[in-house]
Design a protein around this ligand. Structure first.
Ligand SMILES: Nc1ncnc2c1ncn2[C@@H]1O[C@H](COP(=O)(O)OP(=O)(O)OP(=O)(O)O)[C@@H](O)[C@H]1O
Ligand SMILES: [Mg+2]
Length: 213
């Protein structure tokens, strides 16, 4: 689906793990090396997908059931890839994406417990939305749930639907991300996100240098 010349890097992990912080530090580092970087996020990143983001993140916890969520995320993902990510990669840019398909798998595929969507359905919808496209490298930021949520509370931004979920939801989420990292060692690196911002950034830079330069 894309004649990719750039790299697509994704940042994953639970609420407050430090994804947005690290993505912005890496953007600054790459820009200082003269690399053309596009910073984006899911759900969202393009006009259509940002409109879907509003529907997904705001409102009551039970506003959507997990299947409806996967369908909305998939539509947003396709729009985002087609209108923003693929054109940037074709132009040789590096695209850094704050959350991507591993979050769909972790949230809708694991964290809802019995109400989770079968993994095979999530994989099938990914294929419909994105074809064979995969990130070149994924950082999974891992932090104890309570610590991540404490960071979110301290941040003074509006609380989203997912941040309102119960502690058990966030614990399932954390172990799902660890499973995803274990199952995809070529693509994913699990990062200890309880460390300082600076040390996490150094680790991410050294992994990028090792794997992509
Ligand atoms: N390593 C760190 N140590 C201490 N505080 C941190 C660290 N990384 C980020 N923070 C702070 O924690 C808060 C959450 O970080 P950030 O917004 O980057 O997380 P996030 O993973 O993007 O969260 P969300 O899932 O809600 O988007 C911010 O206020 C940020 O400044
Ligand atoms: Mg964030």
């Amino acid at each position: 689906m894309t004649d990719s010349k750039g790299f697509f890097l994704t940042f994953e992990g639970g609420e407050g793990a430090g994804k947005s912080t690290q993505i912005s530090l890496l953007r600054d580092f790459l820009a200082s090396k003269g690399i053309d970087v596009v910073l984006t996020r899911e759900p969202g990143g393009s006009a259509g997908a940002e409109a879907i983001r509003e529907l997904l993140l705001n409102g009551a916890e039970d506003k959507w059931d997990p299947v409806s969520e996967v369908l909305l995320f998939s539509a947003a993902r396709r729009n985002h890839l087609q209108t923003k990510v693929f054109p940037a990669l074709s132009a040789g840019k590096w695209v850094l994406c704050d959350r991507f398909a591993d979050s769909t798998m972790a949230y809708q595929g694991y964290a809802y417990g019995e109400k989770s969507v079968p993994l095979s359905d999530i994989e099938a919808l990914y294929k419909i939305a994105a074809g064979d496209f995969q990130p070149d490298l994924t950082f999974i930021l891992d932090i104890p749930v309570e610590e991540g949520l404490k960071r979110v509370e301290a941040r003074s931004e509006a609380i989203t639907r997912f941040e309102q979920m119960k502690l058990d939801f966030h614990k399932k989420l954390r172990s799902a991300y660890v499973n995803i990292a274990d199952a995809n060692p070529e693509r994913c690196v699990l990062i200890n996100a309880a460390d300082t911002k600076e040390r996490i950034h150094e680790r991410i830079v050294s992994l990028v240098m090792q794997r992509l330069f």
